[in-house]
Design a protein. Structure first.
Length: 277
């Protein structure tokens, strides 16, 4: 089989680290995601994944966070099966493949043009009402062109920290202004996470930089009337920590005991009120 040569650099290249993490998780007997599509995709790419410094412990953390977002997305769709899923900075994530979707769910994956082009080449197309949008999430116009006839569950994993604070806040304002209610699901760093980014292997390898540290997720409620933070859970305190491999579970337990370090990454879920539309 001819393998796909990778030419991504900078921030887009970091998607390969999370892809590889999901592939490693799929090979573990403690797998949370069972993402065989990720493993198959890694085998199709001509890339030195070892340079990302991804270990089984790191991979368990990535899988844990993805599993949290999968669960929240599934919970929302169980209540609103006709909703739009807006998956921002989708990369080579297979969330649309992993989740059992309702036939009436509309799913939109969005990322940079070069990422969407790669995605189209190496991933099978999910079934159902599915489309991709090739754009920078900070660009003007694209979001406002999406249909706004349904509530939205907007999922952005591994995105917020790469945005500058004004970009991130503007994105939240645009989503909440455009759609008639819904939820925002995303992970975020705090200020310490930004300051210690040099310790993250994939950032060192790719030269990517992170910018936005959110010390108090509830402060974002000011960005839209009625926007409410439902959850802001430390990554090391997620309920499914008990299901990951013992060494990764030990690391999470130790991290949870260090006051400043335990807040470096949080999983957040926001809701904004549904209106007629």
């Amino acid at each position: 089989m001819d393998r796909e040569k990778i030419t991504l650099t900078g921030v887009p290249e970091t998607l390969l680290a999370t892809l590889y993490a999901r592939a490693l998780d799929s090979r573990s007997r403690h797998s949370l995601l069972h993402d065989r599509t990720a493993l198959d995709t890694v085998r199709r790419l001509d890339y030195d994944f070892r340079g990302m410094g991804m270990t089984s412990v790191n991979a368990a953390g990535v899988a844990l966070r993805a599993h949290c977002l999968d669960g929240w997305t599934a919970d929302y769709l169980a209540r609103r099966p006709r909703a739009t899923v807006l998956h921002l900075a989708c990369g080579l994530d297979t969330r649309a493949h992993r989740l059992a979707r309702f036939p009436e769910t509309r799913w939109i994956d969005a990322d940079l043009p070069e990422v969407i082009a790669l995605r189209d080449r190496v991933l099978p197309a999910p079934g159902g009402d599915y489309r991709t949008v090739a754009t920078s999430v900070t660009a003007d116009g694209w979001l406002e062109e999406l249909p706004a006839d349904r509530p939205v569950v907007a999922v952005f994993e591994g995105l917020s920290m790469y945005l500058r604070p004004d970009e991130g806040e503007r994105l939240i304002r645009r989503i909440t202004a455009h759609f008639p209610g819904g939820q925002l699901l995303f992970d975020c760093f705090n200020g310490l996470g930004i300051r210690i980014q040099g310790l993250v292997p994939c950032l060192r390898k790719t030269g990517a930089r992170v910018h936005w540290g959110i010390d108090d997720p509830r402060a974002l409620e000011r960005l839209h009337p009625g926007l409410t933070c439902l959850d802001a859970i430390r990554g090391c305190d997620l309920p499914d920590v008990r299901r990951i491999a013992p060494l990764a579970r030990l690391e999470a337990r130790l991290t949870s005991r260090v006051p400043r370090l335990r807040d470096v990454l949080r999983m957040t879920r926001f809701e904004f009120p549904e209106t007629a539309g």
